[in-house]
Structure formats: structure tokens, C-alpha cells
Design a binder for this molecule. Structure first.
Ligand code: LRH
Ligand code: MN
Length: 430
């Protein structure tokens, strides 16, 4: 196991934080005990919790207008794994990475799997990419990929997804995420039903290539890059596709892929109800697919999504095992710091939702005691569970304050010396 950041430095910083933590942990423990909750059980839930890091998230992101690369930018998957190793070493809550093909293509995936294991990392869902044209590509995806009017282009997109499955098998993944930007910019540009049927026909060929223990995650998105219609634009189209394709196809919820103010927690509840919740791409947004840090705009909404997830877990929903992944674009912050902070905010929402007194909530709901029901939920959200999250990190060898430890270690400055500066204008999310 490779510890990129000095273990002694982490130990020294944790020791300095110990006294204050013990005081806050003790006080929270007594508060929770008065509510009949066991703080040690919550620490164990925080220890067991993990969320996947997007390999494409450790490089500085951008928009269609510009991308302003930072210092020590990762040059490729090997640098990205090292950066993901730092995030896991300090937070101890990000034990897998989600790769994107062809951005993370290499010649030896078995070696890459070993390399990741060195950092204590495994591979989560592999992401295909038929929303860009590659240099050696025969047919363009300008007018779509799996839903393109041209059969040969659809076949090319199917073959790419089947190749991603083979790559994922070599990496130890057991799922593929299929997001396509296919759609139209003008009414009449394409027949909306024919596009959907083309898509279903092509996805059935990808589905046929799934190993028996694999899942296919279908990701919906309201718009962008298409601006009039998008083939898989919402959870309705997504659910029809997943039900049409079969039991191994499920619906992935990227929080940023909905209209502002959409009640995403109810979409989550519905997908759980039909056994079709694949999992999540966590991020936050105020307007469009802003890919901002999770919990940075509307942490209460993130909590409400986790409230549905913990409720399903406590109800004993069968085969309930959603995939939890981050999908963000870090345009103005150090990507490693943003991913660590986001991983902590996602774990926070999970632990807060685990605090909800579900028996009392159900009783208030049954009695139509609206305000009591809301206050029970709100009191869990308003509980500062930071001591639980910090204790869970330290017990696993992580940092009491990952961002402080990262800055103290001077990792970015070190990488800035090692990795050539990226100059010149560029744009796009990666
Ligand atoms: C599409 C998306 C998808 C990824 C891409 C990087 O907006 O959310 O999940 O493939 O971002
Ligand atoms: Mn996404």
C-alpha cells in the first residue's frame, strides 16, 4: 500500500486535534444517547460508507467558454490514480474510482488494476463515451450515437460500449454507465419516437453483452449538449428504457440533470419503489448541469435524498445496493480539495439521515401532525455530526482535517514541479 502523504504528518496533525475532538465527540455522544441513538453505531456507519471518485474530476474542469488549468495537472490516468490515492488516504471514504473510456485508456488494464490497489483503490462503474469524436473514429457522433438515424453509427457506438465492458471486466468493475448526449436542436430535426426506438434497439445489443453479474446504469439528463430534445431526458424515459431492456438495466440519478427545483428525492423514492434505482452521480447545481461541489448549494436537498435511501434501507428493501459516485467539474478550486470536501459532505448527509427517528416520524405522519413530522426530519439535519465523521476518518488512518493535512503536505506544489504546466487556451469539462 503506497501512502502518498506522510503518515507521520497525518499523525501529528491528528494528535493536535485530539483534545477538541474528544470534547465534541463526548458532548455529541451524550446528546444522541438522550435521543436513544448510539454514537459508536453511527461511527461504524461512517467507517463503512464510501463514494466513488470520478477519474475525470481530479483534473481542472471547464465550460464551453474556457478551462483554466491549475498547477500540477494530472497528465493521464496514472497521475489521476495518484491524486485519487491522496483523497482516499486522507478521507478514508472513497475506496473506488469510476473510470471514463477512452479518457483513461491504457494498454494493460491488469497492471492498472494493481496500480490502483497500491493506493487502496478499486474500480467502480466504467463510463462509456459516445458524446465526443475520437481522432481514429470512422463515423461522427455529431448527429448522435446509440440513437443516430444512421445504423452504422449506432453499431459503432454499440461496439464502443461492448469494448468498455471488456475493459471494465479487466479492471474488476461490475457495471457500465451509459450517458449519451443524443437529441435535437430543432423541432422536426428527428422523429422523437424513432430516435428512442433506435436507442432501445442499440442498447439491447449492449445489454446482450453484459456479463451475468453486471448492471447497466442508464443516466438521464434534461438537456445539453442538445437544446430542443434529449433522447433520455428524464426519469420517465430512463425508466421505460430500463424496464424494456431487462433486470440488469437500472436508472442512474445525476443530481444536476434535472430542472431547477425538481423534487429529486421523490424521483429517488419512485425508482426505489420499482427496484430500478442504479445509483447516483452526486454534485450540486443552481441552474443547469453546473457540476458544483456536492452540498455546496443546497445541502438540505442532499440530506432529503439520503433520507429516502436510509428509509429504504431501514424498510429492508430487497437487493437495495445503489452505486454512489461523485460527478463534478472543478473549475475554480483545487480538484483534490473539492473532492475531499464533497466526499465529506456526502458522508455527512448519510450520517444525518441515519439519525432520523423513523418510528416517531411515522407516528407523526400517520397522525397528520405535519409540523412535528417536519421538525423530526429537520432536527436530524441540524445535528452537527462532524465529530462522528472525523472520528471515523482517524480510526481508519485518515486525517482529522483532510484539506489542512493536504495543504500542510504541500502535495500540489510538489506535483507542480513534477508535472509540466498546461499552457494555452482550452475549453470543455476536461
Ligand atoms: C454528463 C455526465 C456524464 C459523464 C459526463 C462527464 O453530463 O454527467 O455522467 O459521462 O458528465
Ligand atoms: Mn453524470
Amino acid at each position: 500500500m503506497t501512502d502518498v502523504i506522510s503518515v507521520d504528518l497525518i499523525g501529528t496533525l491528528n494528535e493536535a486535534a485530539r483534545a477538541a475532538l474528544d470534547d465534541e465527540f463526548g458532548a455529541l455522544g451524550r446528546k444522541l444517547a438522550r435521543q436513544g441513538a448510539d454514537i459508536e453505531a453511527l461511527v461504524q456507519r461512517a467507517v463503512d460508507w464510501t463514494v466513488a471518485i470520478p477519474t475525470w474530476g481530479v483534473g481542472t474542469g471547464g465550460t464551453r467558454f474556457a478551462r483554466f488549468p491549475g498547477k500540477g495537472e494530472p497528465r493521464g490516468i496514472h497521475d489521476k490514480l495518484e491524486d485519487c490515492g491522496v483523497i482516499q488516504q486522507l478521507t478514508r471514504g472513497t475506496r473506488t474510482v469510476s473510470p471514463h473510456i477512452p479518457w483513461d485508456k491504457v494498454s494493460d488494464y491488469n497492471a492498472l488494476r494493481q496500480e490502483a490497489a497500491q493506493y487502496g483503490l478499486g474500480f467502480d462503474a466504467v463510463n462509456s463515451n459516445t458524446f465526443q469524436d475520437q481522432v481514429d473514429q470512422k463515423l461522427s457522433y455529431k448527429y448522435g450515437s446509440l440513437a443516430n438515424a444512421d445504423r452504422m453509427t449506432r453499431t459503432q457506438a454499440v461496439e464502443h460500449n461492448l469494448e468498455c465492458i471488456e475493459i471494465g471486466r479487466a479492471l474488476g468493475s461490475t457495471s457500465i454507465t451509459v450517458w449519451i448526449g443524443d437529441g435535437t436542436n430543432f423541432a422536426g430535426q428527428q422523429n422523437l419516437t424513432k430516435m428512442f426506438e433506435n436507442y432501445l434497439d442499440a442498447m439491447a445489443q449492449v445489454y446482450a453483452g453484459l456479463p451475468k453479474d453486471w448492471l447497466m446504469f442508464i443516466e438521464h439528463k434534461m438537456y445539453e449538449p442538445a437544446f430542443y430534445s434529449t433522447v433520455i431526458s428524464d426519469w420517465g424515459s430512463n425508466l421505460i428504457a430500463a424496464q424494456t431492456l431487462g433486470p440488469q438495466a437500472k436508472c442512474l440519478v445525476d443530481l444536476g440533470h434535472h430542472a431547477p427545483n425538481t423534487n429529486i428525492e421523490q424521483i429517488v423514492a419512485r425508482l426505489i419503489h420499482v427496484g430500478k434505482l442504479a445509483g447516483f452521480h452526486f454534485n450540486d447545481s443552481k441552474y443547469g448541469d453546473d457540476d458544483l461541489d456536492a452540498g455546496s448549494v443546497d445541502p438540505f436537498r442532499l440530506f432529503l435524498v439520503f433520507n429516502e435511501l436510509v428509509d429504504a434501507e431501514k424498510r429492508g428493501v430487497k437487493a437495495f445496493n445503489p452505486a454512489y459516485m461523485i460527478d463534478q467539474s472543478h473549475n475554480v478550486t483545487d480538484p483534490i480539495e473539492s473532492l475531499m470536501s464533497s466526499a465529506i459532505e456526502i458522508a455527512r448527509a448519510y450520517v444525518q439521515a441515519s439519525l432520523v427517528d423513523r418510528a416517531a416520524l411515522a407516528a407523526a405522519q400517520d397522525a397528520n401532525d405535519t409540523l412535528t413530522a417536519h421538525r423530526i426530519l429537520k432536527s436530524a439535519y441540524l445535528t452537527d455530526v462532524s465529530p462522528i465523521l472525523t472520528e471515523a476518518r482517524i480510526r481508519q488512518g485518515g486525517a482529522a482535517d483532510p484539506i489542512a493535512a493536504y495543504r500542510k503536505a504541500g502535495y500540489r506544489a510538489l506535483k507542480a514541479k513534477e508535472r509540466p504546466e498546461v499552457k494555452g487556451a482550452s475549453s470543455g469539462i476536461v
